[in-house]
Design a protein. Structure first.
Length: 345
């Protein structure tokens, strides 16, 4: 595919054009807390050195609370009312690789035994402009889960900083190619551009997901889990900020004469998540619930979809109120796996 360059001023002009055409334009918020809609180009933030937002961009495709349909109660029946059209065009500027990569990973479960029309329409109508990442702290581990600061997975278009004012802008998908073609006057085609990949080295690899999987396959009842989950509060902060966690519940909100059916975020870290109507709970201890979180990401999802349900963004660790570090836990599992392999050999 062709390579182009774009300046910050051109990015702002592009954002202005799209806003005038009634696109929903999203970028990092000024507070760096989340990805949010902007109303003017002056609010656009595209900066590869920023740390990941506190909350991922997951809710652009999988909202915290999503109305599936409305209903009206009649004498002997119900009238179902579809929600408004989902055809709004959306563009996300400056998505981190650890955020963009989550979209196709989520697409596996939302198109497994049932195709989620809501998720698929949002993905279909959204252009994701990903961006190379120059940030890494002790909580980042994208390189340990098969990604890197230059990963283009999930992006339609990808920006790589050439200097403080200019980016290489790459076509990644056909959707991205069509978008650049439709906005050709905002970019400049160039050849023989060189990128210093040392500027995007990323965090050092900390563990092997293959070793993690081997140990998880054989250690469901290991006492390790009670220790790992001992301090967990079950608050689900980790799940809610995560770009790939996707547990949800569906409820009917009824005001007698009318109501709606709603899909809401949920989490396997809540005690009520697996509590039966009888009162029995197969995961009655937090250690078992934490085992589910790690196993889902590094074993069950891998078994089902051949994907790791983690992009190494580090949000769960940064925001944990009791400082549980999933990276350290995975390093421990990796070490146990290597020790077991050494003994067996």
């Amino acid at each position: 595919m062709k390579n182009f360059t774009i300046t910050k001023n051109q990015l702002n002009n592009l954002a202005s054009k799209l806003l005038n055409e009634n696109w929903t334009v999203i970028s990092q918020s000024k507070a760096e807390s989340n990805y949010s809609k902007i109303s003017s180009a002056e609010e656009l933030i595209v900066d590869s050195s920023l740390k990941p937002t506190n909350i991922s961009m997951k809710d652009c495709f999988f909202p915290k609370s999503e109305t599936l349909f409305f209903f009206k109660r009649k004498k002997d029946d119900y009238e179902l009312i579809d929600i408004a059209d989902l055809e709004t065009k959306t563009i996300i500027f400056g998505a981190k690789p650890c955020d963009a990569a989550a979209v196709p990973v989520l697409g596996k479960v939302f198109n497994w035994d049932y195709k989620d029309e809501f998720f698929n329409k949002r993905v279909q109508n959204t252009v994701i402009i990903g961006m190379a990442c120059k940030f890494a702290d002790e909580n980042c581990f994208c390189t340990s889960v098969g990604l890197s600061p230059l990963s283009e997975n999930g992006s339609d278009i990808f920006l790589i900083p050439l200097n403080e004012n200019k980016y290489l802008i790459k076509e990644v998908t056909e959707k991205g190619k069509d978008f650049i073609s439709a906005n050709r006057n905002f970019v400049t085609e160039e050849e023989n551009l060189s990128i210093n990949e040392n500027d995007f080295a990323g965090p050092e690899k900390r563990f092997s997901t293959e070793n993690i999987k081997v140990w998880l396959d054989k250690n469901f009842e290991n006492n390790f889990w009670m220790n790992a989950g001992e301090t967990c509060l079950g608050c689900a902060q980790c799940a809610y900020v995560c770009p790939t966690c996707h547990c949800f519940d569906i409820v009917d909100e009824d005001c007698y004469s009318c109501g709606r059916r709603v899909k809401n975020w949920d989490s396997c870290q809540f005690e009520l998540f697996t509590k039966h109507a009888s009162g029995h709970n197969p995961r009655e201890e937090q250690g078992k619930r934490y085992r589910q979180r790690v196993s889902h990401k590094f074993k069950y999802y891998k078994d089902r979809f051949d994907e790791i349900l983690c992009t190494g963004c580090g949000r769960c660790t940064r925001g944990c109120p009791v400082s549980i570090d999933i990276g350290l836990i995975l390093e421990d599992i990796n070490s146990h796996s290597l020790e077991t392999s050494s003994v067996n050999n």
